[in-house]
Design a protein around this ligand. Structure first.
Ligand SMILES: Nc1ncnc2c1ncn2[C@@H]1O[C@H](COP(=O)(O)OP(=O)(O)O)[C@@H](O)[C@H]1O
Ligand SMILES: [Mg+2]
Length: 600
């Protein structure tokens, strides 16, 4: 079952306490709303009573002058009711919006700090639902839920007391329809709750489906999966529609049923009360007031059973939100991080073991050293754990056993932001944000001025293509940089890396998806980038790392060989075999990885 489909209790004290915590900053608003609701309910309770007084005391007695005064009083009460409702709606909506804002900010803040491990387990679509519709559901709780239910209960109790006070026999007659109401309401609540649960689950599925298929539209079109995916979506969408339609049925039955029962109550009141009036045991005014009260009695009942669902889904939403907020952060800055003087970028992997899931170790007992200024290449088959090394060095994940030292300090004892600030990472798949070219190089660091920006771009040969764009550095980048070529994005990411002037440069297959001509430009750019810095370069193509100071060969999670290009060739081991393979295929004019890409 989807997390979205679980509907818990309508009222959960533990959750409610946490929710109220979010209301605390706005307690003044809430207090005002309470007063307004109480005033509004009282005003609406007073109206039928005034009617009774008007009929019995003045109209029946022919005292027209006093009737004027009463009419004015009635008018004043109407104005009070109006004002009260206005104040209530305004303050509650205002509070709801502010609480939603706070909640969204704290969810987003938490998402930013959560470990990548969490993102491995949770699809994007579901996390989006937390920040959007789950928060919306909570807003309903504040605006339409808790506080107005208080108003409803207040009105119901008030009406019952007044009716019993006016004539308890007639009140009993009017209340005789209550068992019917209870039955209908129970049926409605149970049925709607079920279809509501199904609808929520389906919305989550629609989100997840769309998220996956819209981002993957190119693949969908390439593999001509349109009809298949259309049919899939058709199915989910139709189920969603039908679930909604069935809940519409319950609503369509429920409201008229309540209406009918309320009319039945009126009929009973007229039948019994009319008789009492004729026997002079009841005044006409009281009868009229009774009729009005009984009408006002049924509205809150039907409202409340609807709000019950709101409450329930809000509780379920808050359960999910709090679960996200309670998700512990494993990778974080320690209480007292070690402060260092000038970082030099000296890296040591000391018997590092790591597994993404339970006991499937993707790195086993890996040890190596990268000295300041040294350039180290890492090679190995796909899946041998190269990227994982980087993930650990940047603390996207923490090691299971062993330790990683940067400048002699275990990275778990360093300030996280400070640690990451040492590195620039260039990936094969460059992530661009919407904004301008300049924004994407600078990434919000205003310390990088225009001059530094341009120097970085021209050093990595990115400037020529940038200047060819319609507005140069100020040209807009489409979402995920879809209007730029892979090579252009790569050059941008080099410019980004250089502009940040990091101590350590890390390249993860940064050049493997560009053509030969661009690669030549990039290789030149790389030399500029690497000058005077510690560099770790992961590469498919051995040619790009041949002249490195040291090459590490990773095989199935183990560090099997290390040395210079010449040393490794002389060793005639894994590296030698890899080299031979690539050398052969390059003689056949086409690099190995290009061929595998074309055939995909
Ligand atoms: N986020 C992840 N969750 C679980 N397993 C992963 C994750 N990332 C990578 N792996 C697994 O870890 C192994 C090493 O992956 P990786 O370091 O990316 O290899 P390489 O970069 O050498 O191609 C692979 O078997 C891969 O399936
Ligand atoms: Mg990789």
């Amino acid at each position: 079952m989807h997390e979205e489909e679980v509907l818990g209790k309508a009222y959960d004290a533990r959750l409610m306490r946490r929710l109220l915590h979010y209301l605390r900053p706005y307690s003044a608003n809430v207090a005002i709303a309470f007063v307004a609701i109480t005033a509004g309910s009282a005003a609406s309770l007073a109206q039928p009573y005034l009617m009774k007084v008007a009929i019995d005391r003045y109209i029946a007695a022919g005292r027209v002058d006093d009737l004027d005064r009463l009419a004015i009083l009635y008018l004043v009460i109407l104005v009070v009711a109006f004002a009260a409702e206005y104040v209530q709606t305004w303050t509650m909506q205002l509070t709801g919006q502010r609480v939603m804002f706070d909640l969204r900010m704290s969810i987003y803040g938490h998402l930013q700090r959560l470990d990548l491990k969490y993102y491995d387990r949770n699809p994007v679509g579901r996390l989006m639902t937390r920040v959007t519709s789950d928060v919306d559901a909570l807003n309903d709780l504040f605006t339409a839920g808790v506080i107005t239910i208080f108003g409803d209960v207040f009105a119901l109790a008030g009406i019952m007391i007044i009716m019993i006070g006016m004539n308890w026999r007639l009140a009993l007659v009017a209340f005789s329809v209550l068992p019917l109401i209870v039955l209908v309401t129970q049926w409605f609540r149970r049925s709607v709750r079920e279809s509501y649960r199904v609808v929520r689950g389906l919305i989550a599925r629609i989100n997840a489906f769309l998220q996956e298929n819209i981002t993957g539209m190119a693949t969908v079109q390439l593999f001509r999966r349109e009809p298949l995916n259309f049919a899939k979506f058709d199915h989910i969408d139709a189920t969603h529609r039908d679930a909604n339609i069935s809940s519409i049925f319950y609503y369509a039955v429920f409201y008229p049923a309540i209406e009918a029962i309320s009319s039945l109550a009126s009929a009973l009141i007229i039948w019994y009360g009319g008789g009492r009036v004729m026997q002079s045991a009841l005044t006409l005014g009281a009868l009229v007031a009774f009729l009005q009260y009984s009408q006002r009695f049924f509205r809150p009942i039907s409202d409340m059973s609807d709000k019950f669902n709101v409450l329930q889904s809000a509780m379920a939403s808050s359960e999910r939100i709090f679960k996200l907020l309670d998700e512990p952060l494993e990778v974080k800055t320690p209480e007292r991080p070690v402060k260092r003087q000038k970082p030099v970028g000296h890296i040591i992997f000391d018997r590092v073991w790591f597994a993404y899931t339970d006991e499937e170790y993707v790195l086993q007992d890996v040890s190596f050293e990268v000295r300041p200024g040294q350039r180290v290449g890492i090679v190995g088959a796909t899946g041998s754990g190269k990227t994982t090394l980087i993930n650990l060095l940047l603390r996207f994940y923490d090691v299971r056993r062993g330790r990683i030292l940067v400048d002699g300090v275990d990275i778990r004892e360093l300030d996280l932001a400070e640690l990451r600030g040492l590195f620039s990472l260039v990936l094969q798949d460059v992530h661009l944000f919407s904004g301008t070219i300049a924004d994407n190089i600078r990434l919000g660091h205003s310390s990088i001025d225009d001059q530094r920006l341009k120097r970085a771009a021209s050093a990595v040969h990115a400037e020529p293509f940038i200047l060819r764009l319609p507005e140069g550095y100020q040209s807009a980048v489409a979402e995920r940089g879809s209007t730029l070529s892979v090579g252009q994005k790569q050059l941008l990411s080099f410019a980004r890396a250089l502009a940040f002037d990091p101590r350590v440069l890390i390249l993860d297959e940064a050049t493997s998806s560009v053509d030969t001509e661009t690669e030549l430009i990039i290789r030149d750019a790389l030399h500029v980038l690497m000058a005077g810095r510690t560099t770790i370069a992961i590469a498919h193509r051995l040619s790009t790392i041949q002249d490195m100071d040291k090459i590490l060969v990773l095989h199935k999670g183990k560090l099997r060989e290390s040395g210079t290009h010449q040393e490794l060739l002389a060793h005639r081991g894994i590296y030698f075999k890899l080299f031979e393979l690539q050398y052969k295929s390059e003689r056949q004019q086409e690099p190995l990885e290009l061929r595998t890409q074309n055939s995909a």
